[in-house]
Unconditional design. Structure first.
Lengths: 103, 142
């Protein structure tokens, strides 16, 4: 059996609010859709993590960065990652709620 | 991100206080230096802190740099040097007097304590910001 990317299923890809229910004719790949927002915020979280990584490397290799800047970069990465986890939890929760629906 | 504004302000303050501590450490280290590349005894140095808050209200409220602080200059203290009679010293003048730096270790220690406390206060501000963010993340977690 072929395993497909979950977003390739037409019914899953359009988790975009009322539009997804077919009341409007907008497509799921319109700019500013839920997938775009999610991707953008994931990119931001990733950027924070990379910034913290770079700061730690710079500190460890004796470059001229201050300890507190590194710590603040790590804290920011930590907080943004946890925000992302909260969003993920909400999405999974909603998905499971739908799965439990009686047909 | 709005979140990083207060962290950026605190970060700038931490940076400024660190530099202030560096200057105080240099003053203490050179409390007995009687010669410098510029000639004469070491002169005590002091930092001048400058607020980066912009002109308008929108500038201050809107930008991450608003309210931040930085060290604008490190100035030399032009008070006269401490003169001690010591004819055997290589830097003694014709009358046998040696000019020592105008550094008072007691003043420097008090300044060092103030800088340390200011640094700690800013660390407390960073931690408070983090606690607020964590509280916000816990919304809805029951």
């Amino acid at each position: 059996m072929e395993i497909k990317d979950i977003t390739n299923f037409p019914n899953v890809a359009g988790l975009g609010g009322p539009e997804a229910l077919g009341r409007t004719t907008q497509k799921e790949d319109k700019p500013g859709g839920f997938a775009d927002v999610l991707e953008k915020s994931l990119g931001e979280v990733n950027q924070m993590q990379q910034k913290a990584d770079a700061a730690i490397t710079a500190l460890a290799t004796g470059e001229k960065v201050s300890l507190h800047e590194t710590m603040i970069a790590m804290e920011q990465a930590d907080v943004s990652f946890r925000l992302m986890m909260q969003v993920r939890n909400k999405i999974v929760e909603a998905y499971q709620e739908i799965l439990r629906m009686q047909v | 991100m709005d979140v990083s504004a207060s962290l950026a302000i605190s970060s700038s303050a931490l940076q400024a206080q660190r530099l202030r501590m560096d200057v105080i450490a240099a003053n203490l280290a050179n409390a007995e230096s009687t010669r410098t590349p510029e000639g004469g005894p070491y002169k005590r140095r002091d930092v001048v802190l400058e607020s980066l808050s912009g002109g308008s209200f929108e500038d201050i409220m809107g930008s991450a740099a608003g309210g931040a602080v930085r060290v604008s200059r490190v100035v030399a203290d032009e008070k006269p040097p401490r003169v001690v009679f010591d004819p055997g010293h290589p830097d003694a003048d014709a009358k046998g007097y040696v000019s020592y730096p105008n550094v008072n270790p007691i003043t420097e220690m008090v300044d060092l304590m103030a800088a340390t406390r200011a640094y700690e206060a800013n660390v407390a501000a960073v931690n408070a910001t983090k606690r607020v963010l964590e509280a916000a993340l816990s919304i809805g977690r029951a």
